[in-house]
Design a binder for this molecule. Structure first.
Ligand code: ATP
Length: 599
């Protein structure tokens, strides 16, 4: 082999390319240290070793050559750098087998995909509310499995469940009913389930759903733990009425789990650990609360052997749900699911599934809007956006409209202008995270109960919020990413009803927005509408007037703001609320002062 390589090298020496001849010329002429002959031999040896190494690599069949690879038993010297072929790494799409083998159901909700109530045997103590006449596809797909595991518990712990279905498809009932079935019809103080949701508005909504199914004579005790209530008050209620079901935000649950106020919440006999809007919990959720909760449940480490399974046989069943549940292995890995089973909506009707289509592209990991939602992109100059919003609402005569903005400041300004423009036609309110406690729920109740409402809000309402018949969702500020677009849009078109989504943009912002939606197949049959200036002429006078009054209001706020800074009397809502409470003796000294001043 050595001789062969040498011959090849000799041949190469004859056909050496130009630069090598130059180098040779340099060696002969510019031979500074008078060792031209040895240098040339050394060069030939290096070439020979190089050729051997390459052949050795081919023989070994491996692509990795290192400095100490032994070819034919002889130690080779260091590899000449620069000979590697640089190839782009292929991105490997790794999908867990349980995601591939999902139990699929139709994403479309209509008479052909819904099932009769009699198809599922409900426990006697559960009363079906009058508004429910059929089971939606996700409910009919998930409930029988969970009910059977409650009526005849498996020897070891039941498989964890992941549910991926579009917004408004009825995922909440998929865990409300199994939890109430597990609680049973005899009163007890055992904590059966903990449900975790990312925002406090969802906590109260899910507690209402539990109460709706629990009925007047239901025995289940439901507790809500979130920033909407005072911590001490919640602790007193937990002590006085030990709950069977806790619905909480993660931060408030951890506060109770780690507080010194007895009795601690006992998670050791939990049957369900449920996380709704799971993909909203963020990548740090394991460090922030999941480790602690799993530890207090008796330990739910990753199962590695039969001993682990036996030791964890009483561990709670995890159920994670979302309309945008990621298929990403890393994100799913964070949940540490035990032999997980995925229930995922398809983008097709149920008959396609029964036809046994081999590769049904189910929704999980791929974002999709409910079929009943239509989307329109309205493009106009930024200065006319409030007018465009007003004209779209009044032209379509929407009864309830939700307008999403990205900053609190723009919600105040937009609310002021829209109040002027909609005067006499629609009632305009705005809802932001700054609203505290009861005021939040009063605002939502007003919106749900009355007609002709416009509610301007931040993304605190974007996920999971189930408002009564929202006809239209308007993206006044375009959503930052596709998931947020899906969740905002999902506030309308719920339970199979028709819904309209209008996104307001200008020439610059629309390009990125269109690109984002096209990449994730959310552009679909979106209609694009250009609103030119002449269309706004008829409302221009009122619009100008509203802008002037806004300017006056903003001017006064700046003046007051500077005055408050001087007197330092400006207080946040929370601080104001705290200061307005009676003192330890039950007196309200601030009220006495106020009465003296007015007297
Ligand atoms: N079987 C049913 N029949 C009629 N209405 C239903 C049924 N199931 C759920 N609903 C109603 O559909 C609406 C949406 O339900 P739900 O909030 O559970 O959807 P979701 O999938 O959790 O939505 P999101 O992903 O936005 O949280 C609710 O108003 C609920 O009362």
């Amino acid at each position: 082999m050595k001789r062969k390589a040498k011959q090849e090298i000799e041949q190469e020496v004859v056909e050496k390319p130009e630069e090598e001849e130059q180098m040779e010329g340099v060696l002969e002429n510019g031979d500074v240290d008078g060792e031209g002959q040895d240098v040339e031999e050394e060069y030939e040896e290096m070439e020979a070793e190089e050729a051997e190494e390459v052949e050795g690599k081919a023989e070994n069949g491996n692509g990795n050559v290192n400095a100490n690879s032994h070819v034919n038993g002889e130690r080779s010297t260091f590899k000449v750098l620069g000979n590697q072929e640089m190839k782009n790494l292929e991105t490997l799409k790794v999908t867990s087998s349980w995601v591939q083998n999902a139990t699929t159901f139709s994403a479309t909700i209509d008479s052909s995909t819904s099932q009769k109530l009699s198809k599922i045997n409900l426990p006697e103590h559960l009363t079906v509310p009058s508004a429910i006449s059929t089971w939606f596809p996700v409910q009919y797909s998930v409930l029988p499995t969970l009910f059977s595991e409650i009526s005849s518990p498996p020897a070891l712990r039941p498989r964890d469940v992941a549910i991926a279905a579009p917004t408004g498809s009825g995922k909440t009932i998929c865990y409300v009913l199994p939890v109430l079935a597990a609680v049973g019809s005899t009163p007890s103080n055992k904590l059966h389930a903990v449900i975790l949701v990312p925002v406090q508005t969802l906590v109260s909504q899910i507690v209402d759903e539990f109460r709706r199914w629990n009925g007047e004579d239901g025995v289940a005790k439901i507790a809500s733990l979130s920033g909407a209530n005072e911590f001490e008050k919640e602790a007193r209620q937990l002590a006085a009425y030990p709950p069977n079901v806790i619905v909480a935000t993660p931060a408030r649950l951890v506060q109770h789990l780690t507080s010194k106020i007895p009795p601690p919440i006992d998670l050791s006999r939990l049957r369900f650990l449920i996380v709704d809007e799971a993909d909203r919990m963020g990548k740090l959720m394991r460090e922030e609360w999941l480790e602690l909760v799993e530890f207090l449940c008796g330990g739910m480490e990753r199962v590695a052997c039969l001993n682990d399974i036996i030791r964890q046989r009483r561990a709670p069943q995890k159920i994670v749900l979302s309309a945008t549940l990621s298929k990403d292995v890393e994100e799913l890995h964070l949940w540490n699911l035990f032999k997980p089973r995925l229930f995922s909506a398809t983008a097709t009707k149920s008959e396609d599934i029964s036809a046994g289509i081999a590769q049904v592209d189910h929704v999980s990991g791929r974002l999709a809007l409910p079929a009943s939602i239509s989307h329109r992109l309205v493009v106009s100059e930024a200065k006319f956006h409030p007018l465009a919003v007003y004209q779209q609402i009044s032209r379509n005569n929407f009864n309830r409209t939700l307008i999403f903005v990205n900053e609190v400041a723009s919600s105040n300004r937009l609310a002021h202008v829209l109040k002027e423009l909609c005067k006499g036609e629609f009632e305009v309110d705005f809802f932001t995270a700054q609203l505290f406690g009861k005021r939040r729920y009063k605002m939502l109740e007003k919106f749900n109960k009355n007609e002709k409402r416009v509610l301007i809000c931040s993304d605190v309402l974007a996920r999971g919020t189930d408002l009564n018949r929202v006809d239209c969702v308007i993206n006044y500020n375009l959503p930052a990413d596709d998931k947020l677009f899906v969740h905002r849009a999902g506030r309308t078109g719920r339970a199979g009803q028709d819904g309209y989504v209008i996104s307001i943009g200008d020439k610059e912002s629309k390009r990125l927005f269109i690109k984002m939606l096209k990449v994730t197949n959310l552009w679909g049959d979106t209609v694009e509408e250009q609103m030119e200036e002449y269309l706004f002429e008829k409302d221009m006078e009122r619009y100008t007037k509203s802008l002037e009054s806004l300017k006056a209001v903003v001017g006064n706020q700046h003046k007051n703001g500077s005055r408050n800074e001087k007197n330092n009397t400006k207080r946040s809502g929370f601080e104001a609320k705290r200061k307005s409470r009676p003192n330890a003796k039950g007196e309200k000294p601030w009220l006495k002062q106020k009465l003296e001043q007015t007297a």
